[in-house]
Every structure is written in structure tokens, then in C-alpha cells.
Design a protein around this ligand. Sequence first.
Ligand code: GTP
Ligand code: MG
Length: 337
Amino acid sequence: MFDFLKSKVKEFADKVKRIVEPKKEEKEGKREKAKKEVKKKAKVKLGLKKSIEGLIKGKIKVEENDIKDLLEELELTLIQGDVAFEVAESIKESIKSSLIGKEVKKDKIEEIIKKAVIKAVEESMGEPFSLIELIKRSDKRPFVIAIFGTNGSGKTTTIAKLVKMLKDSNLSVVVAASDTFRAASIEQLEEHAKKLGFRIIKRNYGADPTSVAYDAVEHAKSKHIDVVIIDTAGRQELNINLMKELEKLVRVIKPDIKLFVGESIAGSALYEQVKNYNKAVGIDAVILTKFDLDPKGGTVISAYKASGVPVIYLGVGQKYEDLLPFNKEEIIKRLVE
Ligand SMILES: Nc1nc2c(ncn2[C@@H]2O[C@H](COP(=O)(O)OP(=O)(O)OP(=O)(O)O)[C@@H](O)[C@H]2O)c(=O)[nH]1
Ligand SMILES: [Mg+2]
């Protein structure tokens, strides 16, 4: 995770250091000159020597032209690392404003660049929220969660992980098997239900997903169950007929929260998916799965800025406990460690 981004930022810092090196030597020449000047004047102004030396000692002034090409190159590499264009731009601007025109010590360059990257990344990630807190604060019962996403993105697995999280927080859950489309989807859910001990509400394959969700909500009402999670079939957001099915589900069931489950490895395709789903059914938050399989990491830092929807959890493996709250500090730590 983040190996790609980390190595590219480091490479950039090294290149900047190399580029400004000759300037430092040039400055050293100037420094010698300045020293002589100072010596000459020392008799008159003793204090001046120190201040001039302090001012020029080992410091260089970075000009825009020095690093213009390198910044362009960095931007392209970031985009290759799945960083969204908007985020790559902010990183570039942040580096520019912390380096250009400033007197910096050469050995501080890498640190300055890292800080600038962090600042831009922090601003790009938005404010995550805790689903558990949200449910606990809400007096809506059952609290209905709808899960949407493209084929195989990890929806059903993430639902099982969410059930575990909810149960660990003393919230009771029932799951609607509203993926009545994909072969074996109901059995897959039943497997998880057996292992984790939760109830699923199902109908036959081919049944209307909305009616299954409706049954689950009615069941939860009668049994005083806190939360209903609706599993849906994966679909491409450009498939109009299938999207209409989701629009119906949202219109009839009125979920309290709509979550998009997408793959961390999808890069720029993910931003488009979230935007399109958001337009069609409204998305409140994103869960990014398969972060453990993502060597680049650009999607995780860009998803909010590029799609406008906050990321609240990260899937980091196939086990039930492999769902982590989206923690900005933790992500930054991994990005710079
Ligand atoms: N490594 C890893 N694998 C994951 C993660 N989340 C899900 N998977 C795997 O991704 C595959 C697809 O997961 P599903 O939960 O079936 O995905 P889905 O979105 O429900 O798929 P459809 O219902 O067919 O659209 C499974 O093999 C999961 O074990 C994750 O965070 N990390
Ligand atoms: Mg599924």
C-alpha cells in the first residue's frame, strides 16, 4: 500500500535536491565573496559578519523554473498511481507554494516536500464519519442501510464485515438478500449468516429486489431489530435498466443511508462510478475494498475529492475483521513512514 506513491515522492525530492545543487555551489562562491566583504567591513561593523553568514549559510533559493519540469513529471507519475487529476494538481500547488521563492536548506528539501504532500492529501480526503455512531445517535428503527456497487466489488463480503461490526457494538441486524440475480448469491450470504449468526430474509432467484428489502424491513419492525442491510446485485452504472431497479428500491424503501462499495484498485474508473451512482440513486458514503491488494494507493487519497462522496471504511482483506474505519491520520502515517 502506498509503495508506489512513497517512492515517487522520494524520487522527486532527490531530483529537486540534485537540480538545486549547482546553485548551492554558485552560492558558495558568493559566500566566499561575501565573507571577504564582511572582513573588509568588520572593522567598522562587527555584528554584520554573523548575520550575513547566517543568511547565506547552506541555503538556496528555489525558483519556479528550477522545478517546473520536475513538477510536471511528478504530476504525471501521480496520475499513473491512480491519484485523481484534481488531487495531483493540489499536491503540485502545495509543493510549489512551500518551495518556490523560499530560502531552504538542502537537507530540509525532502521534509518540506513531504509536508507539502501531506497538507494537500489531508485536504483531499474529506471528513469521514462513523456509521456505528450515526446509527446509535439516530432514533430511526430499523435503521436501513442499502449497499450498492459494481460486479464483484466486495459488497456481500463487506456486508458480513459490517454485520460483525454492528453486532460487536450491540446492534441487532437482519440482511435482505436482494441480489436475486447472480447465481449462488443467496447461498453466499447464507454461508456468512451461519458463520456469524445473523438472520437473512430471502425469496426466490428472479424475485423483485425491492420486495425482498420490504420483507426484511417488516421483519425488523416486528422483531425490533435495530438495523437492516440490503445486499444488491452488482451492476455497471451505465446499465440503465438495472439502475432503474435500484431507483425503485430507493424510492420505495427510503434507506437511511446508501453506501457505495468500490474497489480501491479501480482508480479513475471508481470516481466515475461513484459520480454516476450518486446521480442515479444518491450515495452518502463510500467503502473502499481490496486496499490490501492496492500497491499504488492513489484511489484512497483521491476518492473524496474526485467524487464528492466521503470514504468511511477500508476493506483490507477477506476476514470479517478486515474492515477498518477510514482514519486520515493513519493513512498519512502510512504514506510518509
Ligand atoms: N483481498 C480482499 N478481497 C476482498 C475484499 N473484499 C472483498 N474481497 C473479495 O472479493 C471477491 C468478491 O467479493 P463479493 O463480496 O462476492 O463481491 P460482490 O460485490 O458481492 O460481488 P457480486 O455480488 O457478484 O457483484 C471475494 O472473493 C471476496 O473475498 C478485501 O477488502 N480484500
Ligand atoms: Mg454480492
